[in-house]
Write a protein that binds this ligand. Structure first.
Ligand code: AMP
Ligand code: GLY
Length: 423
């Protein structure tokens, strides 16, 4: 089987690594990939958002399956373009990808499906939004409706902070057109968990949960990032909670999407708050999380390619996934300055030594080879240093031993990944 994987981050390196272990795989291309992916697959210089270029390549190479990592090509219609060209694609249609692309759309769908979430209201008028915030009081959450690179959400501790956020998003348009409409939500309290379910349009198969660390600094301080580390499984996410999430959140959403004529195929990523009154939905994403995917792939024992094909072909009702009992952790190494401005081009050494730590697996996120063949940093999040272990404490020990083997003075990482489960 010939596979084209789209994307070039740590998530895609982890997916490429898992796909490489499949007995069904013949050839794997990754567009655009990165320096780590280039060691296990053939990278092709096509941007992840170049829908026409990706489809043309897939046709020319007789690709059997396109696997889409990030959300942007999905919202741009890559799955639809593949379908039109007769190529199987793992990932939802543009219409179903609206579950990530539009928060207001998601609220409509989940309200119709009776999914437990935050109380919410939507506004296109800033004065009305401010009046609503004053009436509800704080803490309260203000969100830009469209995609804002993960930065369109303000959890406001005071009414003044919420009003300020409304002004910035709607009137100053700091996130551009994404701020034409906003949502204002009740602030949910509890532990946050990322949960993943494989979907084929009608059947949903639970995968696993992971806990991400969104803030840049130890102790969950500083600005939000794409995610600075993750572990799986989170002890707070019990089998009872998983069953509730499947019954109250995932399956009703899948049924509602099918009813609307836009069935969801792909991986549904539920951002959940484990509140005192049970799990509640914060948001959906229509792809694997990054770095969550890295720990999921370390724990997955089933053939990933077979699972993705079953999702594409509507055969998940006959499929089962096996997971390791072991724990896994990933520590993200980022360029100093991230998520603000950072330098590119610094040299990274010591990955061979890191790879020798028992249980460790280093995934590349933002790396390339320079003219001399040296490994250099090309992004904000640069490496996902991952490890598995019999316990979470062992996985943490191995992950940080591997981090310490990496020689990259221009990089940094959090030192407390897993603290909620380990303290
Ligand atoms: P998002 O960009 O939608 O992933 O949201 C970013 C972060 O804001 C989430 O990971 C949560 O930590 C927080 N958040 C979003 N909505 C809520 C809510 N209704 N209550 C509490 N926290 C929230
Ligand atoms: N790590 C969170 C995300 O991928 O959105």
């Amino acid at each position: 089987m010939q596979v084209l994987l789209v994307g070039g981050g740590g998530r895609e390196h982890a997916l490429a690594w898992a796909l490489s272990g499949s007995g069904l795989l013949g050839k794997l291309w990754v567009a655009p990939g990165n320096a780590g992916i280039a060691e296990i697959a053939e990278c092709v210089a096509i941007g992840a958002e170049d829908v026409a270029g990706l489809v043309a390549f897939a046709q020319a190479q007789a690709v059997d399956l396109v696997v889409v990592g990030p959300e942007a090509p999905l919202t741009l219609g890559l799955a639809d373009a593949c379908a039109a060209a007769g190529i199987r694609c793992f990932g939802p249609s543009a219409a179903a990808a609206k579950l990530e692309g539009s928060k207001a759309f998601t609220r409509e769908v989940t309200t119709a499906a009776g999914v437990p979430g935050a109380e919410w209201a939507r506004f296109t008028d800033a004065a009305e939004a401010r009046a609503y915030v004053r009436r509800k009081g704080a803490p309260i959450v203000v969100k830009a409706d469209g995609l804002a690179a993960g930065k369109g959400v303000v959890v406001a501790a005071t009414v003044a902070e919420a009003e300020q956020a409304i002004t910035e998003i709607m009137e100053e348009r700091v996130h551009g057109a994404a701020g034409a409409e906003i949502l204002i939500e009740e602030c949910l309290m509890g532990q946050e968990v990322s949960f993943f379910a494989l979907c084929d349009g009608t059947t949903a198969l639970p995968m696993a949960a992971a806990q991400d660390h969104k803030r840049v600094g130890d102790g969950d301080t500083g600005p939000n990032t794409g995610g600075m580390g993750a572990y799986s499984p989170p002890p707070a996410f019990t089998p009872e909670i998983e069953a509730q999430v499947m019954d109250r959140i995932i399956r009703p959403t899948l049924a509602e999407m099918a009813k609307r004529g836009t069935p969801f195929r792909g991986v549904l990523f539920a951002g959940l708050m484990l509140t005192e009154s049970g799990p509640r939905l914060i948001e959906f994403n229509v792809r694997f999380g990054d770095p969550e995917c890295q720990v999921l792939m370390l724990r997955l024992q089933s053939d990933l390619l077979a699972a993705l094909l079953a999702a594409c072909d509507g055969e998940l009702d006959r499929f089962a996934l096996r997971w390791s009992e072991e724990a896994a952790m990933v520590v993200v190494m980022a360029a100093k300055g991230y998520p603000g401005a950072y330098q590119k081009g610094s040299v990274i050494e010591g990955l061979e030594r890191a790879a020798q730590v028992p249980g460790a697996q280093v995934f590349h996120a933002g790396t390339a080879r320079d003219a001399h063949g040296s490994l250099v940093a090309t992004g904000g999040r640069v490496l996902g240093v991952a490890a598995s272990g019999a316990t979470l404490a062992e996985a943490r020990g191995a992950a940080y031993a591997a981090v310490d083997a990496v020689n990259w003075p221009e990089g940094f990482c959090r030192r407390d990944i897993g603290w909620r489960a380990l303290n």
